[in-house]
Design a protein around this ligand. Sequence first.
Ligand code: FAD
Length: 292
Amino acid sequence: MTLSKFDYYGPKTVAEAVGLLGEIGEGAKVMAGGTDVLVRIRHRMLKPRAVVGLKRIEGLNGISCGPKRGLSVGATALLADVAAHRGIRRLYPGIAEAALGTANVQVRNMATLAGNLCNASPAADNAPTLLALNAELTIQGPGGERKRPLEGFFKGPGVTDLAPEEVVTAIFVPPPAERSGTAYLHLSARGKHDCTAVGVGVMLAMAGRKCRDARIFISACGPTPLRAPQAEQMLIGQVPTDKRMAEAGVRASGEALPICDIRASADYRCRVLGVLTRRALQAARDRAAKKG
Ligand SMILES: Cc1cc2nc3c(=O)[nH]c(=O)nc-3n(C[C@H](O)[C@H](O)[C@H](O)COP(=O)(O)OP(=O)(O)OC[C@H]3O[C@@H](n4cnc5c(N)ncnc54)[C@H](O)[C@@H]3O)c2cc1C
C-alpha cells in the first residue's frame, strides 16, 4: 500500500513548528520518528493534509540525567538512546527497561519516547514507569510554554489533553527518591513484534524495613494507562514481604479494566497482571535495598 499524498514541513525551531501547526490548522499532523504516524497513513487510518516533522529541530534530542537534577529527555530523543543511556540505567532502571522492551531494534532506532506518550496507545510501554515516577511534560503552544504532570494527560485511546497546535518539547522526571527502586515488566503474545498484552511499571520507596511510598501503573488493561491505588495502599506503611506483594498483585489485577482482543483474553490479562505486579514490586524493592 502506498502513502497518500501530503505536504511535508521540516521546521528548524519549536516556534516555527507551532506556527506551522496553527497556520495549516485542521489536517496538520506532528511527526517525530513516524513509527506510528506513517503506519497509520499507510493503512489509511490517518489522512493528514500536512505533516510537521520535528527531527530537524536542533537540541530537541538531548538527554540530561543526574541524581540531583533528575532526568530530562528531549522530544526527539530516540528510545534506543534512552535504553542505552548509562545514567538512566543506573538511576531509573525501570525507564531503561521500558524503552528497551518497546518494539524491536529497528523501531527503537527511529521512535521517540515523547512519540510513545503522545500516541496515547493504552498499551504504550513507556507510560507506566514514567507515571510511577511522577513525570512531567513540557509543552509549547501558541500561548507559550506550559508544564503538566503526565498523570491525567491520557484521555482515552489515542487521545491526550494536547491541543492540535501544541508540541511536547521534553519529558522531565524528578530526582529518584531516597532508597527507592523502579521496575517495568510486560508480556506480549508474539515477543518483540507484537504490542504489549499486559505491562506494569512500579516505584517503591523504603524507610527502614517499611514501604514509605508505592506507585503502580498498568498498561494494556484499560482505555488509558491505569493506576492501582488500592494495591499501593496495601504496601504503604507495611514491610513489603513477598506475600504482601503477591496480595498487592492480586488487588492490582482487580483494579484493571481489561478487554478481550486478539492479544489476550480479559481473564488471562488479569491473571498475568497479578504475577507481573508481584515480580515488578520485588525487583523495585531489591533495587531500593541496594541503595540503602
Ligand atoms: C513494528 C512496530 C512495533 C511496535 N511495538 C511497540 C511496542 O512494543 N510498544 C509500544 O509502546 N509501542 C510500539 N510501537 C508503536 C511506536 O513505535 C511507539 O509508539 C513509538 O514510541 C512512537 O514514537 P514516534 O517517534 O515514532 O512517534 P510518531 O509516529 O512520530 O508519532 C506518534 C504520535 O505522537 C504524536 N507526536 C509525536 N511526537 C510529538 C510531540 N513531540 N508533540 C506532540 N505530538 C507528538 C504524533 O502526532 C502522533 O500522533 C510499535 C510500532 C511498530 C511499527
